[in-house]
Design a protein around this ligand. Structure first.
Ligand SMILES: *Cc1c(COP(=O)(O)O)cnc(C)c1O
Length: 247
């Protein structure tokens, strides 16, 4: 098993290259983020030894556990990609350089309050529920512009772009529609020209749909299973934990 992670990574890098090539994009314009929920330290280290530097966690607790074990590796960067409860904000801003999952004003307020206290700023993405599935977090597409405008009033938050989870177990065309919708929202936001809002980052695409996401303009893809193998916990554990309980 020791080389499996490395082999999986090689295969994904090749598929990324191919998807970039067929859609006329530059390979270096798409970053690979490894989704590490439930992944053992041993496997994480395999990925790092294979040269990977970008990791994403879904839970504050797992982030807190893994971060110190990985600190010894230079250049490793952590992003937060899971549903973020307002009472966990403090734990998360300590460790990450980008939060992908800001999906409501209340979370923006909580982040701002904590960041002011720490005299820091934080890069964020606004998560949009492009599949309209109830089990997933993210702001409804219809309220995306309003939410971005509201979040832009917090000077501690640097809005860098958007994130979405494409429709799962769907056809390529259904998934493609989610990614195209995110791109459309990005364009609409840019047209509005909100002060201080950048929109360069599109975080979309996972194990089953990253090629489609790259074709539709993803700049970060988030891959777990295809690198580390199946997880022992269902994703509902991460995506539906007492849904929206602190809103
Ligand atoms: C788990 C997870 C991923 C990776 O999913 P895979 O299908 O295992 O590649 C990507 N994004 C988010 C938000 C996740 O929770």
């Amino acid at each position: 098993m020791s080389n499996l992670v490395e082999e999986n990574l090689k295969s994904i890098r090749q598929q990324m290259e191919l998807a970039c090539h067929t859609s006329g994009r530059k390979t270096e314009d798409v970053k690979l983020l490894l989704a590490t929920k439930t992944v053992t330290l041993e496997k994480l280290q395999m990925a790092m030894r294979a040269g990977e530097v970008l990791f994403g966690e879904n839970k504050a607790q797992e982030l807190r556990d893994k971060f110190p074990l990985m600190e010894q590796y230079n250049q490793v960067e952590w992003h937060f990609i899971g549903h973020l409860q307002t009472n966990k904000v403090k734990d998360v801003v300590k460790y990450v350089t980008l939060i992908h999952s800001v999906d409501r004003l209340k979370l923006g307020q909580a982040l701002h309050k904590q960041l002011v206290k720490e005299n820091k700023t934080m890069d964020i993405l606004v998560q949009i529920n492009t599949s309209y599935e109830e089990s997933k977090f993210g702001a409804p597409p219809e309220s995306a512009l309003e939410l971005v405008e509201q979040l832009s009033q917090f000077e501690t938050l640097n809005i860098k772009g958007l994130m979405t989870i494409g429709k799962l177990n769907a056809t390529n065309e259904e998934t493609r529609h989610c990614f195209q919708l995110l791109k459309t929202i990005q364009t609409q936001i840019l047209e509005r020209g909100f002060p201080r809002v950048e929109m360069d980052v599109l975080s979309m695409g996972m194990s089953g749909d990253f090629r489609v996401a790259i074709e539709e303009g993803a700049t970060i893809i988030r891959v777990g299973t295809k690198v580390f193998g199946e997880r022992y916990l269902p994703d509902s554990y991460y995506w539906n934990e007492n849904a929206h309980q602190d809103e």
